[in-house]
Design a protein around this ligand. Structure first.
Ligand code: IMP
Ligand code: MG
Length: 189
């Protein structure tokens, strides 16, 4: 992506650990509106159940649902795949399961970022076993050039380089989720 981020300044309280702006707050919000319009069009006859993956997708989810002009339902799962480091462990653990039934539902998984794809792969199998009418994925970020499990992702906000990033819901050790854009993390994890 080669959009112009020059007008955007990294907040001073975060600047010591934050590098370049990968996606500015303005770019995020216009892309989220586009994704909402796409989902509104594609699901016009079958409003989906959106399943957000906590905690990273919480900010994206809250903006995305307000960009969808359909009577969607919302639920969350919490999975843990990283522990407290910036490298994927490959081990996915369910910390909070869904409250909703999935049979007779069109399900759309809402993820913050697809890195190795291990988390998504696991979630697809896990949710697919509950026999939803359809199961698709909307990921805000998709990391390029990563050795990953083959993925079929219906909606992608942005393809980004493979660096570790924070902001707009994404964290390092629970910090920086409240940054309005997405930034390269330059500190010690
Ligand atoms: P995957 O299983 O390797 O695809 O990793 C997916 C999960 O790891 C995401 O849902 C994020 O919570 C976390 N993750 C991956 N890359 C990043 C990053 O650059 N910043 C923050 N969290 C990340
Ligand atoms: Mg996460």
């Amino acid at each position: 992506m080669t959009a112009d981020n020059s007008a955007h300044v990294v907040p001073s309280w975060a600047a010591h650990e934050i590098g370049e702006t990968i996606i500015s707050p303005d770019q995020v919000s216009s892309r989220v509106r586009e994704l909402g319009a796409d989902i509104t069009r594609d699901y016009a006859d079958n409003p989906p159940l959106l399943v957000g993956v906590l905690k990273g997708a919480m900010v994206f989810m809250s903006d995305l649902i307000r960009a969808i002009e359909l009577p969607v339902d919302v639920d969350f799962m919490a999975v843990s795949s990283y522990g407290a480091s910036t490298k994927s462990s490959g081990v996915v653990r369910i910390v909070k399961d869904l409250d909703a039934e999935l049979s007779n539902r069109h399900v759309l998984i809402v993820e913050d970022v697809v890195d190795t794809g291990l988390t998504l792969n696991y979630l697809r199998k896990y949710l697919g076993a509950r026999k939803p009418l359809s199961l698709e994925v909307c990921a805000l970020l998709f990391k390029e050039e990563i050795q990953r499990v083959e993925q079929d992702i219906r909606y992608i906000g942005f393809s980004i380089p493979a660096d570790f990033v924070v902001g707009y819901g994404l964290d390092v050790n629970e910090r920086y989720r409240n940054l309005g854009g997405v930034y390269k993390f330059t500190g010690e994890a």
